[in-house]
Design a protein around this ligand. Structure first.
Ligand code: SAH
Ligand code: MG
Length: 198
């Protein structure tokens, strides 16, 4: 599996697939082990890199992951099979905002790592599927440093994306239901958990 992981890192680099930074996935894997996470929902599979690493943490970790891009979805299926993870990872080929997931499953970890402008929508849609002790982790809150250095941004689209990420950060900070801790790890991560004991 290690070789396949290296191959995926190369593939991502060559094709500009934005897979998670090593420090960030190490942080998440540690979180999974320390909090006895079993069921994971990931929004944004890309080629399956983070899903495979999360599923490899412990024997009893299962991942459902959602991807809307067909080429990446196909690549993810291939990689997951090659790593022997197809019993532990279920890839859903659909836009995450359209998916109807089963209401009787709760996830211990929801990892939001898809279109950054949609973070709030993903959060609001999927919080209902978070277990009582679960956490929602969001990646790329620094967005390659642009969130802290907006003066470096030239394109309008990028500026609007960065504004959306800032809005999301404010949404998390002011949230009545969740408390969020922000981590300066990799491209910036947040961990949100329910405020009230359930
Ligand atoms: N989690 C992956 C990287 C994901 S990159 C890893 O670290 O290995 C973000 C992915 O989210 C892209 O492949 C993109 O196609 C997908 N995506 C973006 N918006 C989406 C949406 N609304 N529904 C499903 N997938 C989405
Ligand atoms: Mg990411």
């Amino acid at each position: 599996m290690r070789e396949k992981i290296l191959e995926m890192e190369e593939y991502a680099q060559e094709r500009n697939v934005p897979i998670i930074e090593k420090k960030s996935i190490a942080f998440i894997m540690k979180y999974i082990k320390e909090h006895n996470v079993k069921n994971i929902l990931e929004i944004g599979t890309a080629i399956g890199y983070s899903a495979i690493l999360m599923a490899s943490c412990k024997e009893d970790v299962y991942v459902t992951t959602i991807e809307r891009d067909e080429e990446r979805y196909m690549e993810a299926l291939k990689n997951i099979k090659a790593c022997g993870m197809d019993k532990k990872i279920n890839v859903v080929f659909q836009d995450a905002l359209d998916v109807n997931i089963s209401a009787d499953i709760k996830y211990d970890l929801i990892f939001i790592d898809a279109a950054k402008a949609q973070n709030t929508k993903f959060f609001e849609k999927y919080k209902y599927f978070l277990s009582d002790n679960g956490a929602i982790i969001t990646d790329n809150l620094k967005f390659h440093g642009y969130v802290d250095n907006p003066e470096e941004i030239e394109s309008k689209n990028l500026r609007s994306l960065v504004d959306k990420i800032k809005e999301y950060i404010e949404f998390l900070k002011n949230n009545q239901e969740f408390k969020t801790t922000f981590y300066d790890v990799g491209d910036g991560l947040s961990v949100s958990t329910w405020k009230d004991e359930k």
